[in-house]
Design a binder for this molecule. Structure first.
Ligand code: SF4
Ligand code: F3S
Ligand code: FES
Length: 254
């Protein structure tokens, strides 16, 4: 079944033309007769040219099969809850327009890789957040509490601006081949969030974080594959941030 955008079909003034897309979903429903078997299932969905993959998933769930399970919250690229593999690439379903993923062919939608699947597109994020917690993603300071705000120049703030944009969607970590083969690897998202504090002039925990990431499952496992940078929906230069953390580990300059 293929999608055809029939632009010649008459539409009311202002009406957006609709067309059918085929969504090919990787299903996993362990509490049903299917047991531990995962399988593909196709749904034909009427959509509009401006719809996103998330809209198509909603239509399937609300109109065709209420058992379909996926995470989403904000629907606007902010919360990071709907990362999934769409046509073999990690993306946020709420930021992916159907017209941009070749709707003339079935669009495959699968859970992100490297994390245990709980149901359909929902994976267990706990191993991902465990690594995040380990790098201590909070400001570490010593001495007396300041009586006012901690002053930082625009240049000092700029130093770690890129890595503040992370929304913890796991698109990077779950696209990393090192993480696929070794789930113990901290993964790019944890390193990005370590970077955010290591290069913050107000923070005093850089040495501790670098020590944590100097582990055999830390930054040195990165093979500079760049999958993480390509996958990041926030456009963060993930691989560059990892390289900067590696360099800081050697030079102890941050
Ligand atoms: Fe998602 Fe990018 Fe953060 Fe990775 S670095 S978790 S891809 S926002
Ligand atoms: Fe993995 Fe990114 Fe390094 S994909 S190998 S963490 S550059
Ligand atoms: Fe929040 Fe997509 S639903 S980022």
């Amino acid at each position: 079944m293929t999608a055809t955008l029939d632009s010649s079909a008459p539409t009311a003034i202002g009406e957006i033309p609709s067309f059918n897309v085929t969504i090919r979903l990787r299903r996993y429903l362990p509490e049903t007769d299917r047991g531990d078997e995962s399988y593909w299932e196709e749904f034909v969905v009427p959509v509009h040219g401006t719809d996103r993959v998330l809209d198509a998933l909603h239509k399937i769930k609300w109109e065709q099969d209420g058992s379909l399970t996926f995470r989403r919250s904000c629907a606007h690229g902010v919360c990071g809850s709907d990362a999934m593999r769409i046509n073999g690439r990690n993306r946020l379903a709420c930021k992916t327009l159907l017209k941009d993923v070749n709707p003339d062919k079935p669009i495959t939608v699968e859970p992100i890789k490297g994390l245990p699947v709980i149901k359909d597109l929902v994976v267990d994020m706990e191993p991902f957040f465990a690594s995040f917690r380990e790098i201590m993603p909070f400001l570490i300071t010593t001495g007396n509490q300041p009586s006012g705000e901690r002053i930082q120049s625009a240049e000092q703030r700029e130093r770690f601006d890129d890595t503040t944009k992370c929304i913890l969607c796991a698109a990077c970590t779950s696209s990393c081949p090192v993480f696929w083969t070794d789930g113990q690897y901290f993964g790019p998202a944890a390193i990005v969030n370590a970077h955010r504090f290591i290069f913050d002039s107000r923070d005093e925990g850089a040495e501790q974080r670098l020590e944590i990431l100097n582990d055999k499952e830390g930054v040195w496992r990165c093979r500079t594959t760049f999958n993480c940078t390509e996958a990041c929906p926030r456009g963060i230069e993930v691989t560059k941030a990892i390289q900067e953390v590696k360099r800081a580990m050697i030079t102890r300059a941050f």
